[in-house]
Each structure stands twice: as C-alpha cells, then as structure tokens.
Design a protein around this ligand. Structure first.
Ligand code: SAH
Length: 466
C-alpha cells in the first residue's frame, strides 16, 4: 500500500528535515507485520514528495493470527486486500517511521515544526465505509480540500459499478505534525477496521493524537466509535474524556476542590450545610431512586445511603479518579450485599445523552454546572431535563455576588480555579426560568449558608419539579 505526502513550501526539501528522513536515502523499517519503505520520488527546491510503502506479509499474518481479514472462508485469510489498501497497518507504520515528526519535534528545523505549510496527501487505494461522502465529512472540517474518486470495480466493465475503494487526495496548509496526527487517527476510521485487538490503551492513543483537534470535530462521535471498533464501553469513556473541558484533565476540577474551594468557604462550613440542604430537598420530594450527577468523591452519595426511604443512589462523574476515591470512601468493596445493591457509580459525561440515567425520581447537581464550559451547558441541560427527566432536579451553584464576603478570596477571582463561570442571582434565576420553561418544570429558588442582606446567600439552590 502506498501513501505520498508532497509540499511546495520553499525550500521543499525541508520536508526531509521535518520527517527526520534524508531525501537522498531509501529507508527500510521492520514492522511486526511486514516492512515500511520510505523514499522520495522527487526532492528539489520547489517540490518534494515522500512516499511510504508498507508491505504486509499476509502469510505471516495468518500464522500470527493477527488481523487476517477474509471472513469465514479460509482462502480469505490469504487472499485479501490488506497488503494493498490503506488501513490501520499504514497508521501503525506512520506512527513508527515518523514518530519524531508526529511528536512535533525536528532536530534540524525546530522553528518549522509550528509553521503551517502547504501539504498534499495522496492515498491511491483507500477503503472507505460510506464512500466519498464520509471521507469529506472527516477531512473537510479539519481544513482539507478533499478530492475523492471512487475506483471502478473494473474499468473495462463500467456497468459493474464502483468498488469500495477511493482514490483520495487531501490538500491543506497546516503543520506536518497535525497532518500526521490526522492520518494516524483517521485512516483506520475510513476503513472502519483495525488489524489488532482494541483495548483501553487505544483511548490514550486517541487522546494523545487527537486531543488537540478531535473535541471540536463535528464528527467526533463517528470517529471515536470507529477508532475504538464500535466498543460501546470504550467509546463512551473516550468521548467523556474528550469532551470534558475539551481535553483539559478531567480529574483536575476535583483534585483542587478540597484545597481551594473548601478553604475559601470553610469559615461557614458551607459544604456541610449544602449537603444537608440537598438531602432535605430530596427527602421532601419523596424520591426513592436518586441520581448524583457530578458526584465527585461521593459525599452526597454517602449521605443519601443513610436515608431509609431511599432505595437506590447512582453517582455519575466524568473523572475516573474521583470515582475511585468515591468507591474507597464508600467502602464499596466491603459493605454488605444489600447496601451494595443500593449504590452504583458510573463514569460518564453530562454532555451526552445517557440511557443509564433514565427512570429516576430525583437528580442532584451539586456545584457542578460552574465546572462546565458555557458551550456545554446546553447539552448538559438536554441530558438532564430532556432525556433523564427525573421529577425533581436540585441544582446548587455559587453566588458570585457573595464572593466579596470571603476574606481570603482576592477581588474578581472565582472560588475555584476550575470554575468556568460563577453566576449572579439574576443570571442563575434567568437560566432556571428558561430551563424550566423549555422542559416543563417549575422552579423554586433558595439559598444555602448565611444570607447577607446586600449580596444574598453564599450558595444558590434551585429545586425543579414537574
Ligand atoms: N458534587 C460534588 C463534586 C463537585 S466538583 C460535591 O459537591 O462534592 C464538580 C464535579 O463535576 C467534579 O467531580 C467533576 O469531575 C465533575 N464534572 C465536571 N464536568 C463533568 C461532566 N461533563 N460530566 C460529569 N461530571 C462532570
């Protein structure tokens, strides 16, 4: 299988420095499944093209029982398209032969690694599930001009129609590192297959190579799903990690929660009062099945489990680390089976509709909204109020007007570094009113903590009911 990358950046031979592969030599790299050859069909001031040829050994593949593609019939193990068509083999080969360039490093031209240069990629035989339209949907949002021509099954017999392969040309002006990242992630996505078993470490690979551009990609769901070979669990986790703060560390908000926010709020032990208020409101609603959305280390989950009337408590958080701490704090591995059956911790993101959240009487979002990027508020609203739709939703969030009363908080600063915003009373009331109106809930606003005559309560609380 063949792939070429060309540039007319001047001097075009800089491509060799960027790729760490000298244009005058032929480079051969052994791969587990065959060999990769790197050479330059042209290399002059004005034009430079690098070619990557990957030879896959189909017999070796069958012997090693890895990635043989051919369905149930045994000849298919030997006779298949893998040696010729662009696939995850090419992706792995690119990762190996251009690892330095993909990491954004260049010994000889460090200043060029950040520069967008005109690049053209040619992929003459590319299997693409969904055809040219899918190739366009994948590459156009990344700034490529996409030329995709379906390859006829047999040019002598046009009536036979097209094969499943595209002759693909992608042109864009971007850094070489970004281009290689795009190819690394998207080649197996086009093919919708991988020659190796896909496990949790694939998520890390996807986040490492796609973290900078995938969260904003309109097809990020399709890409993630295909990249992880349609494994639902892995896909869900990857999307959650991708979407949470558009790839800032999902554990970050929690890690600093204790240290900062509690220190600021400590004098009035607001945390305790907030929990009491939320447990009280849930009790008053008569809820038996309760969700704690953005449960963090599980403080509220623990409190709720002490309430007799509550049958089931499910905590959801995007941060795996927070959930591990919650599981430890709640002693999930040692409590008795009847208690254990009452509690569940789920990893997931409020940015996504989640069938596991249906069928509950009440949901709490305690100090969570302000950790969401404002652009994510709408999807969180839909997840909670349109899809999960419990009868009662309790939301708490800081009242930014109260911050002037915290002696330890410098003027203009939020209570926590991870807070994306903090609302005034009017802003929170407006949001609640709109959400209530959109989804058929009525809202009762209140507060937690001491009420200051001028600036109101320290924490704002809303109880939505329908
Ligand atoms: N409710 C807890 C934790 C509040 S801190 C308490 O009161 O103690 C905010 C929590 O929201 C963090 O644990 C963070 O990981 C979680 N979070 C942030 N964005 C999220 C998202 N998109 N989906 C689910 N949880 C999220």
């Amino acid at each position: 299988m063949l792939l070429t990358i060309s540039t007319d950046h001047r001097p075009a031979t800089d491509l060799g420095y960027l790729l760490h592969k000298n244009p005058s030599a032929h480079h051969r790299v052994e791969l587990g499944f065959g060999q990769a050859h790197v050479f330059y069909p042209e290399a002059n001031e004005a034009h430079c093209t690098v070619a990557v040829v990957v030879e896959v050994d189909p017999v070796g593949l069958v012997r090693s029982r890895r990635g043989a593609k051919g369905g149930d019939f045994s000849l298919g193990l030997y006779v298949n398209d893998r040696p010729y068509a662009i696939s995850s083999f090419m992706s792995v080969a690119l990762g190996r032969v251009f690892s330095t360039a993909m990491a954004g490093r260049s010994k000889e031209r460090p200043e060029l690694t950040d520069v967008a240069i005109p690049l053209v990629v040619r992929l003459p035989v590319t299997p693409c599930r969904g055809g040219a339209a899918v190739a366009t949907r994948l590459f156009e949002p990344l700034g490529y001009e996409v030329a995709a021509a379906a390859i006829p099954l047999d040019p002598r017999f046009p009536a036979w129609g097209d094969s499943a392969y595209l002759d693909l040309t992608l042109s864009a002006t971007l850094t070489l590192q970004r281009l290689l990242e795009h190819l690394f992630v998207l080649l197996p996505v086009l093919d919708d297959d991988k020659h190796y078993w896909v496990g949790p470490s694939e998520i890390d690979k996807l986040l490492r190579r796609g973290g900078e551009w995938l969260p904003a990609h309109p097809e990020r769901e399709l890409i993630t799903r295909r990249y992880l070979r349609h494994d639902r669990q892995l896909t869900r986790e990857a999307l959650a990690r991708l979407m949470e703060d558009d790839v800032a560390d999902p554990d970050a908000s929690l890690a600093r929660y204790d240290a900062e926010e509690q220190a600021v709020e400590k004098p009035i032990n607001l945390n305790e009062q907030r929990l009491r208020a939320v447990v009280g409101a849930i009790g008053a609603s008569g809820a038996r099945r309760v969700l704690d959305l953005g449960c963090g280390e599980g403080r509220l989950v623990g409190q709720l489990l002490r309430e007799q009337g509550i049958e089931k408590v499910v905590g959801l958080d995007v941060s795996v680390r927070a959930l591990e701490t919650a599981a430890r704090r709640l002693h999930l591995d040692t409590i008795g089976p009847s208690q254990r059956a009452r509690v569940e911790l789920l990893q997931g993101s409020l940015g996504y509709r989640d069938a596991r959240l249906a069928g509950f009487d009440a949901a709490a979002l305690v100090e969570v909204l302000e950790h969401l990027d404002p652009s994510r508020l709408g999807s969180c609203e839909r997840t909670v109020f349109a899809h999960a739709r419990p009868s009662t939703v309790i939301v708490t969030t800081p009242n930014v007007e109260y911050n002037v009363r915290f002696a330890s908080l410098p003027a203009g600063r939020f209570r926590h570094r991870d807070h994306r915003f903090e609302w005034t009373r009017t802003e929170f009331a407006d949001w609640c009113e709109q959400v209530g109106a959109r989804h058929g809930y009525s809202v009762a606003l209140s507060g937690v903590g001491t009420e200051d005559p001028a600036v109101g309560f320290s924490t704002q609380m809303a109880v939505f009911t329908r």
